[in-house]
Design a protein around this ligand. Structure first.
Ligand code: SAH
Length: 474
């Protein structure tokens, strides 16, 4: 760490700003937003401040002079456009007086630099790379922007307003900290983040005994979180937040290690996975673990591949939690079929060609035989089949017997959105052969004319056209 991040109170005295141009104007904007008084030496004499409000403009003091003669008395920091000798000279003068100085785009002559900033009112995040790469800093900022609830600044402001009052009633530091943790993590914090500050004020006002509120066992919560099909960047912002808040994560085998990595570092991780050929701990035992964790006051995340409510037994888990009187929430995820379709460019609906989608599962041959294929013959319907690999033969037989054309395009999408994803396309007739080409791992079948629009289909077409031409050339 070459630069220490600190937060400067700019009301203590004027900041000297030297230069003109877009970069300087951007700094002027930033300084005014931070309540600074700015002494501005433009050097070229052009001072267009039309974009600022009258109130902001009042905080700009125009000064004349040059680098050598400008008065530094009372100035708390110096900011200088970097061109030519000006920056170097100004830096030397400022440093001789012990004043912090920033020469724009010139690390060598700067004693402080500007971070990338996330500004949410009372909550401000500064991101630095030691001046190495503003682009990297901006990317980090984008991630943090996405993570922070929009009203996090309001939450800090809310606590700020109540702080003294609570301090007077609760002198003990550790207890007070627990009190605020319970406010931030509990329903009162949620009200502020939802923009319902009046209700939050009333709820806090209603706490008659803050010490008891602080020391009571927190109520646990189970959040069913959809982890998406594998790519960690496909987690929703809410899913990420739940993972970062978790005390314990109960996860399926389908959840990739990269996603588990996004959970809070010190969260406990418990596999409750179930896989073909490996039973896992069973649904009842999983339900019991979730209930036990919540009753112990923990924030438990039940992390499930794809979406919790699509062939994920989320419905059963929610019913068990409800019956046990445990608080729960559900965060959706991108289901494997949707992830695979986007990755391989299968438009699941298509104007006039495909107007319906059916999600179905056919785990074993006998499940496939139980499917009413006669209800699935509409050629304008796209079928997305989960767990359909081992039953591929029965699926083909069922659909052909129901009258679906053997030429219907189908795709097998294995390990979709993961680094080792593989897509195989062909016709319904070829389905049993196609599934043998994808090796291990979860795979989705998509059946319907829309598969002919997909990227792997177009690539196969190209190869078909190219092959005879190559043969002719030989
Ligand atoms: N709740 C999950 C589905 C669980 S059932 C969801 O919404 O996606 C398990 C089946 O999901 C697997 O047999 C496979 O058909 C499918 N699946 C899950 N992840 C997948 C992936 N990355 N690629 C292809 N299929 C996947």
């Amino acid at each position: 760490m070459q630069f220490l991040p600190v937060f400067l109170d700019l009301r203590a005295g004027p900041v000297l700003l030297i230069g003109a141009g877009e970069l300087v104007r951007a700094k002027l904007r930033l300084l005014l937003a931070a309540c600074a008084r700015v002494r501005w030496l433009t050097l070229d004499g052009v001072r267009d401040i039309g974009e600022f409000s009258a109130e902001d403009a009042q905080r700009i003091e125009h000064v004349d002079g040059d680098i050598e003669s400008i008065d530094l008395a009372g100035v708390i920091a110096v900011l200088c456009a970097g061109a030519g000798q000006a920056g170097e000279r100004m830096s030397a003068r400022a440093r001789a007086l012990g004043l912090p100085v920033n020469v724009m785009d010139d690390l060598v002559h700067s004693t402080f630099i500007f971070p990338a900033i996330v500004d949410r009112g009372d909550v401000v995040v500064a991101i630095g790379t030691g001046g190495a790469s503003p682009v990297v800093a901006r990317r980090v900022r984008e991630r943090i922007e996405a993570l922070l609830p929009a009203r996090i600044g309001d939450l800090a402001g809310f606590i700020g307003r109540w702080r003294r009052h609570i301090h007077e009633r609760m002198p003990e530091f550790a207890l007070r900290r627990r009190f605020w943790e319970r406010v931030v993590d509990g329903p009162i914090g949620a009200l502020v983040l939802a923009g319902r500050s009046a209700e939050a004020n009333a709820a806090l006002d209603n706490i008659l005994d803050p010490a008891q509120f602080a020391s009571a066992d927190g109520e646990g919560l189970v959040t069913l979180v959809g982890a998406g099909p594998g790519d960690p960047d496909l987690l929703t912002v809410k899913a990420l937040r739940a993972l970062q808040d978790a005390d314990v994560v109960f996860y399926d085998d389908l959840v990739s290690p990269e996603i588990l990595d996004r959970a809070r570092r010190d969260a406990a991780r418990v596999s409750v996975g179930r896989r073909i050929g490996k039973p896992g701990i069973g649904q009842d035992a999983t339900n019991a673990l979730l209930i036990e964790a919540a009753r112990a006051g923990k924030r438990a995340v039940r992390l499930k591949g794809g979406d919790p409510f699509v062939f994920g037994r989320g419905g059963e888990e929610v019913a068990a939690l409800r019956e046990a009187g445990v608080a729960y929430a559900v965060i959706p995820g991108i289901t494997a079929g949707i992830g695979a379709a986007a990755e391989s460019e299968v438009p699941l609906t298509f104007r006039q060609q495909a107007t319906r989608i059916t999600f179905l599962t056919a785990h074993k041959a006998r499940d496939a035989e139980a499917v009413d294929w006669g209800a699935l013959t509409d050629t304008k319907m796209t079928m997305v089949v989960y767990m359909g690999i081992t039953a591929a033969l029965s699926i083909r037989e069922g659909l052909l017997a129901a009258g679906r054309s053997p030429q219907t395009p189908v795709g097998v999408f294995a390990r979709a959105t993961r680094p080792d994803a593989k897509a195989i396309v062909g016709t319904l007739d070829q389905l049993p052969d196609l599934v043998t080409q994808v090796e291990t791992g979860p795979a989705i079948l998509i059946i319907g004319d829309v598969v002919a629009h997909s990227a792997p289909w177009r690539a196969a077409d190209l190869a078909r056209f190219a092959a005879p031409m190559m043969a002719a050339a030989e």
